[in-house]
Design a protein around this ligand. Sequence first.
Ligand SMILES: N[C@@H](CCC(=O)N[C@@H](CS)C(=O)NCC(=O)O)C(=O)O
Length: 209
Amino acid sequence: MQVFGALLSPFVRKVCLVAEEKGIAYELVMSSPGNPNPDFVAASPFGKIPAIKDGDYNLADSTAIITYLEAKHLEQPMLPADPQARGRAMWFDEFADTILAASGLKIVFNRLVGPKFLNIPGDEAAALQGEAELPRILDYLEGVAPESGWLADDFTLGDISVASMLRTMTYVGHGPDAVQYPKTAAWYARVCERPAWKKVAAVEDAPRG
Ligand SMILES: N[C@@H](CCC(=O)N[C@@H](CS)C(=O)NCC(=O)O)C(=O)O
């Protein structure tokens, strides 16, 4: 399977983490929006990352891709069987991808991706707005972060999605703060101890030639 994207994207990292958790072989093909690689263009109708090519099957969107992988590869389930736990796992995926991302990525885009990678000046007012929105969201997360274990009983997609978004936010100094958010920070540290997380982080942190 080919995964198109870059690991700075929380959505791409989600897909790679699930593939690692499940032991699915994949190749990360560095791609970014606007990339003319015909396989990426075919897999991602709106040019967003991530997208995958699995044989002759193409799919875009992290949650859609993970839903596909979950159905195809039964090992290490990422969605619990229990209805209420499954609902909560999907809630945390949605929380990460929309609520946390809406604020966090305003900061990441305007202080890092735009100015450093795309040569687009950042909109500092938008970044400040993202920062102003964060406390309410992180307070919520601190209120639901478990003292031990995971967000929705077993380790699930919910843990992966929220932790992946937080990791991307560490690039702009907004990782989980152990003083202000101790339960969140301790849960995040547990996620970071997983072998799958360590493998993906090693690739992400490796110096590029
Ligand atoms: N809901 C999508 C979001 C994907 C997304 O927005 N990716 C960003 C990178 S983090 C992107 O490709 N942005 C470029 C664009 O919107 O044109 C998913 O979960 O995969």
